[in-house]
Design a protein around this ligand. Structure first.
Ligand SMILES: Cc1ncc(COP(=O)(O)O)c(C=O)c1O
Length: 398
């Protein structure tokens, strides 16, 4: 019996392999410092849990509309629109089981086999996987390291556009590299999209994981709302990664296609959770304030710990819960030429587990720098402090 010929094009999140390695190491009796997890070890706020239990008891346990219940579409249209200075109608929202489903459904809605889609690399690995699995050509664009963080390599991005390019995926605030567009960069991306008549997937998974100041969205630039589909997720802000609830927001024509895909894939997103999400968006926000404050404290501890290591220097990112240090100096010091050597070495010598650049899309052949990615969402501040001391010893040891 056969399996599909398309399967070799389907990628995965190879970061899960790092989790498996860390688990095996912990099973041998070691205390592992888990910097690899993009998951959150904090509890979902109580008012959301209570609203969920109430919705179950109130009997919202059957099917609901494929695009989501109206009260949640109204609440999300209002919340997302008001935080981006645009107006969305409930008909422009399609509720999803998480943020991730919007990636594959967006591509199904707008791409034909042979079309080209631009995507960030290093970036969330599912972009590359879904574009290629659905028969498209995944065209990477990269970033240039600066003193303050990373800028999109706009020249390369522009020169990658052909008459087959149909869409651009834009993840601002970015996993894994924590990049944040300046106004000028965001306007340049918008100009490219408008000039070339591209659809844009604005992956806003970290739009509200901002520790200082306000977030800025590409949809608020004139000419963008009508060509942009926003990926929204409840996973991060509300510490709800395992609940699986999010949404796609954008032009009604695309939402109708996405909702038809919902019917085919999962019928509807879990009914009772949707009532609780109205509470999440409109109820008491003290639980989410605490989550953000805790993550900020962890960020500061992790940045300080990394900057105390000879050979590493990173700015403090304003958003996400990742850090993406350049480790060229450490690689040289250790005499390594594959970043995986450093990752395995840190686990086996210092009990520190982290991902590397290689887990976030296929590296291009001209990349010469080495990067690793730390997540501080799944580890306590005390363990960050303790772990960073061990990491320093291992990285500086010759
Ligand atoms: C950039 C980015 N987009 C989308 C997602 C998917 O989010 P969810 O867990 O809600 O499916 C993630 C999750 O880590 C992410 O980092």
């Amino acid at each position: 019996m056969q399996v599909s010929k398309q399967l070799h094009k389907l990628g995965t999140e190879t970061a899960f392999a790092v989790s498996a390695q860390a688990t095996r190491w912990a099973e041998k009796g070691h205390k592992v410092y888990p910097f690899h997890l993009g998951d959150i070890n904090l509890a979902t706020p109580e008012n959301i849990v209570d609203a969920t239990l109430k919705a179950i008891r109130d009997g919202y346990t059957g099917y609901c509309p494929a695009n989501g219940i109206l009260p949640l579409r109204e609440a999300l249209a209002h919340d997302v629109g008001s935080k981006r200075s645009v107006v969305y109608e409930p008909s422009q929202v399609s509720i999803q089981p998480g943020g991730k489903p919007t990636i594959g459904k967006f591509i199904s809605a707008i791409m034909n086999p042979g079309d080209e889609v631009l995507y960030p690399n290093p970036g969330y690995p599912i972009y590359e996987s879904q574009i290629e699995y659905q028969g498209g050509n995944a065209i990477p664009y990269g970033y240039v390291e600066t003193q303050d963080g990373f800028d999109i390599d706009l020249d390369r991005l522009k020169s990658s556009i052909t008459d087959k390019t149909v869409a651009l995926i834009y993840n601002n605030y970015q996993n894994p590299i924590t990049a944040e567009s300046s106004i000028a960069e965001m306007e340049a991306i918008a100009e490219i999209a408008i000039e070339n008549d591209l659809w844009v997937l604005a992956d806003d998974a970290y739009y509200e994981m901002i520790y200082e100041g306000d977030a800025r969205s590409i949809v608020s630039i004139p000419g963008m709302k009508e060509r942009t589909i926003i990926l929204y997720t409840f996973s991060k802000k509300f510490a709800m990664t395992g609940w699986r609830v999010g949404g796609a927001i954008g032009p009604e024509k695309i939402m109708n296609i996405i909702s038809k895909l919902n019917v085919n894939a999962e019928s509807c997103t879990t009914h009772f959770i949707q009532y609780a999400m109205v509470e999440a968006l409109q109820g008491d926000s003290s639980g989410t304030d605490t989550i953000l404050a805790t993550l900020k404290e962890r960020r500061d501890a992790a940045v300080a710990g990394l900057n105390a290591i000879n050979g590493i220097q990173i700015p403090t990112p304003r958003s996400t819960f990742y850090l993406f240090p350049n480790v060229n100096e450490i690689m040289k010091h250790k005499g390594f030429n594959r970043v995986e050597q450093l990752q395995v070495g840190a686990l086996e010598n210092a009990n520190i587990s982290f991902c590397t650049r290689e887990h976030f899309g296929r590296p291009s052949s001209d990349e010469t720098d080495y990067f690793i990615r730390f997540a501080y969402s799944g580890i306590t501040t005390d363990d960050i402090n303790e772990g960073m001391v061990k990491l320093k010893e291992y990285f500086e040891f010759s």
